[in-house]
Ligand binder design. Structure first.
Ligand code: ADP
Ligand code: MG
Length: 285
């Protein structure tokens, strides 16, 4: 499943395969990400989304196929070289609790610092800009260990942004964020794609949010690609229902006209019967 493109891809994967022991196999994965793209990976728990990001970032080595970063085999690039081009926001970022927010974000400059031991004015400017873009400026001197879950998640994003990557991979970057910050983060990524040609690939469980912002989606199930393309080609009730095992209705959200799913509770029959009251909890209140 390769979507044709006019721009040369920054990140390419062909025939990717990976085995976690005997129980899980990711296979037949082709993937292209070009400058300015915003691609979302969706799929149920355990479908291989994080494994795929691990392969695309070079943290995992594929058993089959290969990943190219700007046309060069990721397996042959040294880690510092790859890190200068590609940023990763992991699903469960490791943050040193005793470092301040600013120090943590400065760590995102490491691959760019070469042999320098200390940050220079350019590093500080990039770190402060990343703090500003993620709304963390007021927390710059707070220890990272004293942040809320959502603030920590934005800190991991800020650290990646401070490295000024051309390719950014994010694993569930909005999972701990409130409604406002979910949109802020997605809008920030979208703007970076449009204005600076950043290439973004993000994993999300929020299909509606992914469909609202991403130009393309890739739907995984049990380690295999099930559908890929613009949101209307992937967010279809038949596909989503069969992959997730839940009934969904798909319509278009009114702001951008992107597909939007509504889950149908099992007891609700939209063809006829009225919804079953949730329980008799009101009677007992
Ligand atoms: P997702 O991110 O889509 O929820 P993952 O890519 O994290 O899924 O995992 C895919 C499957 O591989 C899961 O069944 C998971 O339990 C398994 N898995 C992940 N990491 C390992 C590992 N290090 N060893 C063995 N199995 C693993
Ligand atoms: Mg995951």
């Amino acid at each position: 499943m390769v979507v044709a493109h006019d721009k040369p891809p920054r990140l390419t994967a062909r025939g990717l395969g990976y085995r976690h022991g005997r129980d899980f196999t990711l296979q037949d994965l082709d993937f292209d990400l070009s400058a300015g793209d915003m691609v979302g990976i969706i799929g149920p728990n355990g479908s291989g989304k994080s494994t795929l990001l691990g392969l695309l970032s070079g943290l995992l080595r594929p058993d089959d196929g290969r990943v190219l970063l700007d046309g060069r085999d990721l397996a042959a690039l040294d880690r510092a070289e790859a890190a200068r081009t590609m940023g990763l926001v992991p699903q469960s970022p490791e943050l040193a609790a005793g470092f301040t927010v600013l120090e943590t974000v400065l760590a995102g400059r490491f691959a760019l610092m070469g042999g320098r031991m200390f940050e220079n004015a350019g590093d500080l400017a990039a770190a402060r800009k990343a703090l500003d873009r993620t709304g963390l400026t007021d927390l710059a001197n707070r220890p990272a260990g004293a942040l809320s879950g959502g603030e920590r998640q934005r800190l991991a994003l800020a650290r990646a942004l401070a490295g000024e990557p051309g390719v950014l991979l994010l694993d569930e970057p909005t999972s701990a964020l409130d409604l406002d910050h979910q949109l802020r983060v997605m809008a920030l990524l979208e703007r970076s794609c449009l204005e600076h040609g950043l290439a973004v690939c993000l994993v999300s469980h929020d299909i509606n949010l992914a469909a609202l912002y991403c130009d393309r989606l890739l739907l995984l199930a049990r380690g295999r690609p099930v559908a890929s393309g613009p949101p209307p080609e992937v967010v279809r009730s038949d596909l989503i229902s069969s992959v997730y095992g839940v009934r969904v209705l798909v319509d278009r959200e009114p702001v951008r006209g992107r597909p939007r799913i509504t889950r149908v509770p099992p007891t609700y029959d939209p063809a006829g019967l009225p919804p079953v009251p949730p329980s008799n909890f009101l009677k007992n209140a």
